[in-house]
Design a protein. Sequence first.
Length: 479
Amino acid sequence: MSLSFERTQSVAVLGGGPGGYEAALAAAQLGAEVTLVERAGVGGSAVITDVVPSKSLIATADAAVAIAQASDLGVQLFAKGAHGKPLKPEIAINLAAVNHRLLSLARQQSDDMRAALVDAGVRIISGHGRLEGSNAIVAATAHGGTDFDRIEADTLVVSVGAAPRELPSALPDGDRILTWTQLYDMKALPPHLIVVGSGVTGAEFAGAYMNLGAKVSLVSSRERVLPGEDKDAAAVLEKVFKRGGMQVLSKSRAEKVVNTGDGVEVTLSDGRVITGSHCLMAVGSIPNTKHIGLEEAGIQMTESGHIQVNRVARTSVPNIYAAGDCTTFVPLASVASMQGRTAVFHALGDVVIPLERRRIASNIFTAPEIATVGWQEADVDAGLINGVVHKLPLAANPRAKMMGTKDGFVKVIARSGSGTVIGGVIVAPKASELIYPVAVAVERRLTVDQLSRVFAVYPSLSGSITDATRAMHQIHVGG
């Protein structure tokens, strides 16, 4: 149902990633006149070169692992050789075909999103845009920037995303030194991929290529992989990596990466040199906020170039909002989408619930996956909140036994005294799906008793959530 305005409100959106897409769609649904300016395609880099293709690659790697481990469940693959003798076939990865499929899926998703905007009445301009003051976006729509469109609007939403961070001593060349946007040009599985950076992106790609059959070395400047995540979850993943044959180099900062013509040399800060066939640089990202008129419009920025926003995605300029990885908020596609909708709801006078960091569920698409929400055990240990932690190994779960799953756990964090669920960690296959009931509990302030009384299917992995919360029934004792 459209809101009632004295006149039609106008909204201009710069950037068509998850945040810009949702902002444009929500504004159109609320009856505003909407224009979206996007240079790469609707969905932005998240859909075209980042989230969609990378998670599709990981799904392919998961399928390869499932086939390879099927014999553990009694499923054996054989082919008939000479004289009818059985041969055990090897799993082969056609990386060119895999990458073609990934990019096709990404483009299809982009096209579907574009169609949804067009159906909603959004005007889409393909081109490079920049702010002109606080009430207009100027878009260069021709190659070389000779033709321009000027879009004036009551509300502006900036959602320009971020790009892979590049180091001067390890500049990507698109051949052997690569960013995560360039991986999909490879025609064959790299014989030895060196991944520099053990954060979420580095861990995801390192695990995926290991499971596809490549030799992988992971260079981490910190003591462990995933230094910002739950320590028990990181320990499980590192164990899985090493068991799979990955070389994990902890406390090893990469100083320089050189393309030698037929491979790469990665020089570490301690003088060691690691050689491989290709190197993926996964050392963070930088916001795409330079030279698009933000400072001139009076928008407050951080030293890193991120746009300062509040909990309703509003910038320091009242009629300008921002969403996604270009802002100071959590850099997740789901968060960008929510920011985009929240921004438009606030600007157009709809009901708004300000975003709360502690209620955001996130997932790392490794194998096993790692999903988290709310307060964490490290927060309890640091005295930031008075909580109780209960951890239940996944190996005790009957469904996990049936699936042959041995790695992982469910961890629930509840407030001492009241038993209110305030956080959780799940390390398991499809943890991204399993975290949802815990996220609902955090959002709705349910207690462990309330969550434990919800029926879980038997047998199911989600049964470990009810088992963990049942075990916390007496946490109020002793306050």
